[in-house]
Design a protein around this ligand. Structure first.
Ligand code: MV4
Length: 497
């Protein structure tokens, strides 16, 4: 086993990885940018090395500096976390060239899955269902021919794609030329590759993904699915395991799991990976793409399977055989995860970085937090606004939902705006409770709800005035006030939050 591992990441995932390393008796090395000098992952690590300025292009994306840090500190392996260099085949190659183990799949597997058309071809060869589409990149004539056969609407996608960049819906032939031009120029800007291919559009699909795990000896298993339909602009917001849809049909889990394993096997895949599927209204599923990293939402799979995915990743990278067979994998209960972010959901999800002045975190039965924030820490502007992942487990979905609402109520983050209240409203939504999920859920949720009270509303203005008055008076009087009990005052300021 490795004696020391460098974690080439920051924030909650770096902390998450280091926790397992410590349990395994492996020393950890943190790397950090100037913006992260006081961050928790640096404090948690056994050793730490500065790798550059705040912008990630000068620090967390610098392969040379990360390898220098690994050599200097004597690390034997590198865990890339998610984002940054985690799906960079050059980085995986560079690790190997430097005599370091990359804790993830092989560089050729990363490359194969990085091209969406190559991944599709691999899935087709493996016998997994894919959305009808073109085999490779298309010109205008090719896209027109495809649409004539498949029928509109179609979806133009970037070959080098991901994250919805370079994607355009086309409803009729008259829109095709402009859409192809826009998609190609966006793809060129985002991926330095303008190639576009076409697929039949699946309307209001569910997004369900299968976690897989493989060792370097050819053994592959799946750990079931995660329902990831609650997302906004291709950013997942809330995930759950199992999927309410699949949970009613265990044969669907089996079929999707088998398809995921076959697609991964075709790429010679090992370590942890995720195969994404779209599911249409008739519950047919289609291979979409494969993520060749540990995912943000992995904790819900851990809660339901009882496994530690990071421990398994490290063991596999060290050459161990998977001791788990498919029949050893069992799914117990239901887990939900909320991505707690520094942002304002009712103001266009405007980012809200700043200093955390107060922090009370939920505890108690079935609660897990993966976070890297502490009171007094300043959320940097340079990175994504994820503060923490709040996950709960309960025997049943309804109980997990109620438990999440309880945990959200206990959560108090001061100094910055967060989406904590937004989650509570989603969890109370009847459509969510019924498990009617699809990728358009959040847009329709806003349509259903309409924003709370208009600013000109007299009741809102009156409440605000009352709150300000109550606060200024209680501050002026200090704690010696006898007019209102401190319990009542605390209760009231809680209500006014
Ligand atoms: C689709 C689709 C409908 N039909 N492909 C969005 C991100 C990209 N990786 C794939 N995406 C989609 N591909 C076909 N043929 C709908 C989406 C999609 C989506 C997929 C997963 C999660 C959220 C999504 C939100 C909007 C659209």
């Amino acid at each position: 086993m490795f004696r020391k591992v460098l974690v080439a990441n920051r924030g909650e995932i770096a902390v998450r990885v280091m926790r397992t390393l410590r349990e395994m008796g492996i020393a950890s090395v943190a790397v950090y940018s100037d913006a992260d000098r006081n961050s928790l992952h640096v404090r948690m690590a056994d050793e730490a090395e500065r790798i550059g300025p705040a912008p990630s292009a000068g620090s967390y994306l610098r392969i040379d500096r990360i390898l220098d840090a690994a050599r200097k500190h004597g690390a034997a392996a590198i865990h890339p976390g998610y984002g940054f260099l985690s799906e960079n085949a050059e980085f995986a190659d560079a690790c190997q060239d430097a005599g370091l183990v990359f804790i993830g799949p092989s560089a050729p597997s990363i490359r194969a899955m990085g091209s969406k058309t190559a991944a599709r071809r691999m899935a087709i060869a493996a016998g997994a269902p894919v959305v009808p589409g073109t085999e490779g990149p298309v010109t205008l004539a090719g896209a027109r021919d495809f649409a004539e056969v498949a029928g509109y609407p179609i979806l133009l996608k970037a070959v080098a794609g991901g994250g919805g960049k370079g994607m355009r819906r086309v409803d009729r032939e008259s829109e095709l030329e402009a859409a192809l031009r826009d998609a190609a120029s966006e793809a060129r800007r985002s991926f330095r590759n303008a190639e576009i291919y076409a697929e039949k559009l699946i309307e209001r699909p569910r997004h369900i993904e299968i976690q897989i795990l493989g060792d370097r000896h050819g053994n592959l298993i799946h750990l079931g699915e995660r329902e990831c339909s609650i997302q906004r602009r291709h950013q997942k917001v809330m995930e759950e395991c199992p999927s309410p849809l699949v949970d009613l049909r265990p044969e669907m889990r089996h079929a999707m799991g088998e398809a995921a394993i076959r697609a991964a096997a075709a790429a010679g895949y090992y370590n942890a990976g995720t195969v994404e599927f779209l599911v249409d209204r008739e519950r047919r599923f289609y291979f979409l793409e494969m993520n060749t990293r540990l995912q943000v939402e992995h904790p819900i799979t851990e809660l339901v399977t009882g496994l530690d995915l990071v421990r398994l990743q490290v063991q596999i990278a060290a050459g161990a055989r998977l001791h788990l067979k498919q029949r050893d994998i069992h799914w117990r209960g239901c887990a939900i995860e909320c991505r707690i972010c520094a942002e304002e959901p009712y103001n266009g999800f405007l980012p809200s970085p700043g200093k955390i002045t107060r922090l009370t975190r939920p505890l108690g039965p079935g609660v897990r937090i993966d976070g890297a924030i502490y009171p007094g820490w300043t959320v940097p502007m340079e990175y994504d606004p994820l503060l923490a992942k709040l996950a709960v487990w309960a025997p049943r979905r309804e109980e997990a939902t109620d438990r999440m609402i309880r945990a959200l109520r206990e959560y108090d983050v001061g100094g910055i705006r967060t989406n904590l209240g937004f989650f509570r409203q989603i969890l109370e939504d009847p459509e969510f409770r019924a498990g009617h999920l699809h990728t358009g859920f959040i847009d329709e949720f806003f349509e259903r709800r309409r924003p709370p009270l208009p600013p000109a509303d007299l009741a809102a203005v009156a409440a605000l005035a009352a709150a300000l008055h109550a606060r200024s008076r209680s501050q002026a009087e200090g704690s010696t006030s006898t007019a209102v009990s401190p319990w009542l005052r605390a209760g009231r300021s809680d209500l006014l939050r």
